[in-house]
Structures are given as structure tokens and as C-alpha cells.
Ligand binder design. Structure first.
Ligand SMILES: Nc1nc2c(ncn2[C@@H]2O[C@H](COP(=O)(O)OP(=O)(O)OP(=O)(O)O)[C@@H](O)[C@H]2O)c(=O)[nH]1
Ligand SMILES: O=P(O)(O)OC[C@H]1O[C@@H](n2cnc3c(O)ncnc32)[C@H](O)[C@@H]1O
Ligand SMILES: N[C@@H](CC(=O)O)C(=O)O
Ligand SMILES: [Mg+2]
Length: 428
């Protein structure tokens, strides 16, 4: 049996909880940072040493010069974006040489998938998911349909085979979409991938052997979850979800880590709630509170630039998230965003249309449109928490808010974020 060398960081809500910042901090004591699922739909902003970095597909561990990074099997990779993101990091002075590896079994996202992503959204009309348009759903769909292309196939020495599979995939889509795909540039995409094949080759590893070797060498592994539980394909607000396993399960299928190697499962939870894209959000505040949270929290999508919808913390949802992901502790982020508020609310139950009160998160997403959140109101602290460096320095009202959440969820809040930079975090 392997020793406990793996820490998993997961989003507890709808994403953008601040996972990137925590991962960056935790990589100081990690040898390896590995992404297990999702693709360049994710977007984290990390502020380190006065420089702001935007990450999408690449693991956030690249900020730490000592950390080696893996894009795992469960991730879907848009190869041109991988290189443009790397180039953007290099332009900011980061050296990534020898520190990035990609699983040979990871699936490729084609421009074609992105094209189809946009067509599918148009077809859905008002019911559209509000995807990031990065081809994530179509790529996981071709993976499940067994017609997808894997990173391992993108090799100069077996180019003929890659081209054959690629053309078959395009033909399948053309059959389905007809003239809607007329403006898709098949030859252009193939040419670009042929150029990139020799560049990706040195990064490709058999990630099963690779991760097991890291464990054998007793390396500390940090798993960087992307997206979040409420966007998970199985446990999120289906169909308003992403197409991968953003839950704890995705860490295992996406990385081949041993279940016996888990030391900690850290859930990252924002002190309020945000969502980008469509789908239900019972505690959304379409009023001055929502506007305040959006602007004070700078809630703008890192990938698409869309304004994030904002509202109060939803503890019914967070409890559901906890029951699926089994967090061993929480990182509670963006507490400082609540600093100016006179009072703060959190949903503790839902009132159903028949008047019943429920603490259970419903399976049917449409039920979320008709429930009414029941709130507990907390007094605000109206003090600046960005100056706090120790837990005891936090205002008493903030500590009461935190204590209630811990008791409601039965999970300890181990760290609290009080500002965007690395320094603005309090470990208890
Ligand atoms: N004010 C404040 N900002 C924070 C804190 N922690 C993180 N942030 C910022 O909040 C934002 C979090 O959003 P993202 O970077 O998209 O979060 P993420 O969870 O890494 O993103 P996804 O993988 O896309 O879900 C970033 O701009 C962070 O710099 C905090 O405690 N206070
Ligand atoms: O993953 P796709 O299919 O592009 O979008 C589905 C759904 O998920 C939301 N989403 C995806 N990635 C993120 C992320 O990193 N933070 C927040 N929300 C994300 C997207 O907005 C759609 O609602
Ligand atoms: N991942 C993105 C999603 C988007 O940009 O729409 C974000 O940071 O919000
Ligand atoms: Mg984000």
C-alpha cells in the first residue's frame, strides 16, 4: 500500500472559488501538481510576486519553479491553446522547461469541437447551457462515442494514421451538421496540428507509469481540480453543467492515483456564490446586493469575460457538495468581499411549492426554479479584513459566520481568504 502523499483541491460550488490561488500556495510544499479533468474552459487568476497570471489548461503549479506539472488523462487538450498559454507564461518570465508533461491518453479538443460547441448552443436557443465555447462538451462526447483522438496519436512518425482518424471524425460531423460546417477549415486545422506534433511529443508521457513512479519516489502530489462540483456531469445542475467529472471521482479516473494515497481533500468555497453561464441559482440576487458582490468581488469570467451572476451562500448546495466530495477541510475564500455589508445571508433550507421545508438538494434541476431559499441572517462586520493576518484578528461577526458554516456542514474551515494575493490567506 502506498503512503498518503496526495492532496486534492476541489471546487465546491460553480467554479471560480479561488482554487488557483490555493493551489499556488500549496505547491510550495508539493513536488507535483496535476490537473485531472476539464480543459481550457477553466480559468484561474493567480497573483504571485506582484505578477498576475491567467491559467486555463495548464496546471497552476507552473508558477512555482520547483514544481513539476501533469495534464492528466481526464483532461481534454486543445493543442494550439496549450502552446499559446505556455508562451504567455514565458512572456511573463516563467521558465517551464522540463516541468510540464501531458498524458498520452488525454483526448484532443479540435477547432472542430469548438465549432460544434457553438452550433449546439445556437440550436438550443433559450435553453442554451452558456458554455465557454471551448469545445469541451463535443470533445468529451466524441471520447464517449469512441470516435475521439488521443494525444498519443499526434505523432510525426504515425501522421498518416492520425490524418485518417481526423478525416473520419470530420466526415462524421459533416454528416450530422451538413452545410453548417462549410466555413470550418479542415485543411487549416490539419496543417496546424502537423506543425505542432513534433512540439508536443517531448511533453507526452504514459501518465499511469509516470504518476505511480512519483508515488514510489515519495513525491508530494497536489491534484488541481478544475470547474466545480455543481458543474459536475453527474452531481451538478444537469444539463447546466460541464461534460467532465469535476468531483472527487474525476481525480481517480483522470490520474490513476491510489485511493489509499489521499492525505486531504480540500474543498474551496467562496463566502458568497457566483455562477457564470445559464442554469438555476436559487440564491442569486438580481438587485444591488448582487451588483455589489459582482463589482467588489471582480466577478468576471477569466475565459470568456462574461460577468458572473452573484448571490448569497447556499448551504443546502454546499452540503450536497460535501456529501459527494467528502472534504476533509475547507478553504473559505473572498471573505473580504463581504466587508462592507450591514447584514449577510446564507440559505439553510429550501421551501418547496407545497410548503414543505427541505434541506436536501433536489435531483431535478427544474425544481430549483420553484423552490424558495430560507435564509439565516448574520450581522455584518463592516471592517476591513484584508489587513488580518491571524484568525483571532478577524472581526467577531466574521468568526460567527464561519463557525455556523462549519457546524452546518460538519467540516472544518482550515483557511480563510481575505484578499486576492498570496499573502491574504489565514491558516488556522
Ligand atoms: N478579494 C479576494 N479575491 C480572491 C480571494 N481568493 C482568490 N481571489 C480572486 O478571486 C478570483 C477567483 O476566480 P478564479 O481565479 O476564476 O477561481 P478558480 O477557482 O481558480 O477558477 P476555475 O477553475 O475557473 O473555477 C481570482 O481573481 C482571484 O485572484 C480572496 O480571498 N479575496
Ligand atoms: O465547460 P463548458 O461546456 O464550456 O461550459 C458548461 C458550463 O460550465 C461553466 N463553466 C465551465 N468552466 C467553468 C469555470 O472554470 N468556471 C466557471 N464556470 C465554468 C460554463 O460557464 C457553463 O455554464
Ligand atoms: N472559467 C471561466 C468561465 C468563463 O470565463 O466564462 C471563469 O473564470 O469564469
Ligand atoms: Mg475561474
Amino acid at each position: 500500500m502506498s503512503s498518503a502523499n496526495v492532496t486534492i483541491v476541489l471546487g465546491t460550488q460553480f467554479g471560480d472559488e479561488g482554487k488557483g490561488k490555493l493551489v499556488d500556495i500549496l505547491t510550495e510544499s508539493a513536488d507535483v501538481c496535476a490537473r485531472s479533468a476539464g480543459g481550457n474552459n477553466a480559468g484561474h487568476t493567480i497573483v504571485a510576486n506582484g505578477i498576475t497570471y491567467d491559467f486555463h489548461l495548464l496546471p497552476s503549479g507552473l508558477v512555482n519553479p520547483k514544481t513539476v506539472n501533469l495534464i492528466g488523462t481526464g483532461v481534454v487538450v486543445h493543442v494550439p491553446s496549450l502552446f499559446s498559454e505556455l508562451e504567455a507564461l514565458h512572456a511573463k518570465g516563467l521558465n517551464t522547461d522540463g516541468r510540464l508533461f501531458v498524458s498520452s491518453r488525454a483526448h484532443i479538443v479540435l477547432d472542430l469541437h469548438q465549432f460544434v460547441d457553438k452550433l449546439s448552443e445556437v440550436a438550443l436557443g433559450k435553453a442554451k447551457v452558456g458554455t465557454t465555447g471551448k469545445g469541451i462538451g463535443p470533445s468529451y462526447s466524441t471520447k464517449a462515442a469512441r470516435t475521439g483522438l488521443r494525444i498519443d496519436q499526434l505523432k510525426p512518425e504515425t501522421w498518416v494514421n492520425f490524418e485518417r482518424h481526423f478525416r473520419q471524425l470530420v466526415a462524421n460531423y459533416r454528416q450530422q451538421y451538413g452545410s453548417l460546417l462549410d466555413s470550418y477549415d479542415e485543411e487549416g486545422e490539419l496543417k496546424k496540428l502537423k506543425e505542432l506534433a513534433p512540439r508536443i511529443k517531448p511533453l507526452v508521457v504514459d501518465a499511469v507509469a509516470w504518476i505511480n513512479e512519483q508515488t514510489k519516489q515519495k513525491k508530494e502530489i497536489l491534484v488541481e481540480g478544475a470547474n466545480a462540483l455543481m458543474l459536475d456531469l453527474d452531481y451538478g445542475t444537469y444539463p447546466y453543467v460541464t461534460s467532465s467529472s469535476a468531483s472527487i471521482g474525476g481525480a481517480f479516473t483522470g490520474l490513476a492515483i491510489s485511493p489509499f494515497s489521499i492525505k486531504k481533500i480540500v474543498g474551496v468555497a467562496k463566502a458568497y456564490l457566483s455562477r457564470v453561464g445559464n442554469g438555476p441559482m436559487p440564491t442569486e440576487q438580481l438587485n444591488e446586493i448582487g451588483d455589489y458582490l459582482q463589482s467588489k468581488g471582480r466577478e468576471v469570467g477569466v475565459t470568456t469575460g462574461r460577468k458572473r451572476r452573484c448571490g448569497w451562500l447556499d448551504l443546502v448546495m454546499l452540503k450536497h457538495s460535501t456529501l459527494v466530495n467528502h472534504y476533509t477541510s475547507l478553504n473559505f475564500t473572498k471573505l473580504d468581499v463581504l466587508d462592507d455589508l450591514k447584514e449577510i445571508k446564507a440559505a439553510v433550507a429550501y421551501r418547496l411549492p407545497n410548503g414543505e421545508v427541505s434541506e436536501i438538494f433536489p435531483t431535478n434541476t427544474e425544481d430549483l426554479d420553484v423552490i424558495e431559499p430560507i435564509y439565516k441572517t448574520f450581522p455584518g462586520w463592516q471592517k476591513d479584513t484584508t489587513v488580518c493576518t491571524k484568525y483571532d484578528e478577524l472581526p467577531v461577526e466574521a468568526k460567527e459566520y464561519i463557525k455556523f458554516i462549519e457546524e452546518f456542514l460538519g467540516v472544518k474551515i482550515e483557511s480563510v481568504g481575505c484578499g486576492p494575493s498570496r499573502e491574504n490567506i489565514i491558516f488556522r
